[in-house]
Design a protein around this ligand. Sequence first.
Ligand code: SAM
Length: 248
Amino acid sequence: PGTLHVVATPIGNLGDLSPRALETLRTVAAVCAEDTRHTRQLLSHFGLERPLVALHQHNEDAQAAQLVARLQAGESLALVSDAGTPLVSDPGYRVVRAARAAGIRVSPVPGACAAIAALSVAGLPSDRFAFEGFLPAKGAARRERLSRLAAESRTLLFYESAHRIDEALEDMAAAFGPQRPAVLARELTKLFETVLDGTLAGLLAKVQADPNQRKGEFVVVVEGAGDDADARLAEGKRLYAKLAEHLP
Ligand code: SAM
């Protein structure tokens, strides 16, 4: 049988595609991609042209069976997503599960991942961390999720898009306390890469003051709750309520 190569692609800077990733993409029978147009552009930038198979949330189960059949017939395939590491807030896990269940070798070609890149520059405790991915889009569900994380002692990593970054920071400040240390990593490896640190309230103020800081893609890194979390949270909530009186 062939091998399913799970290949990380850049999160912005094309220089981050590894030589081994290039070699793998050059030699596989086909590349399974989240968005074939996007991946065709990436491949053509490197002078590669490979057959592409579309793989997204809605067809993953159906595609998995066909892909496993191709692997069993001896073809090797690559799995990529639009950016970074497949399966990390991206499609792919059903295909990987199906391949493993069929006894196919699944081998990683590691590379960029926005969460790990953010953690590596945040300067917050990194020995234990929890990746939370995207928060729910709806306000009530988002606040509920955050309230359940308020006592978490590990460093927390969140993905966020430009549409909701201020709402997310606002809800985090309310749930974790405005004084909780945090880092906002924006547009990593890209032209407007910015890494801001401070407290949740401080970051919210920076983002609200400068529309440019609301553009692009974000990772929010939040320090975990300390032992004195309850006391700090109570104090934070008190300050926040006071502050809220002066907000429009
Ligand atoms: N699989 C990807 C990875 O390994 O990081 C993540 C894909 S997820 C659909 C996209 C989200 O990742 C964005 O909304 C943002 O939160 C984060 N992200 C991706 N690229 C980024 C970058 N260059 N800088 C900051 N965050 C980024």
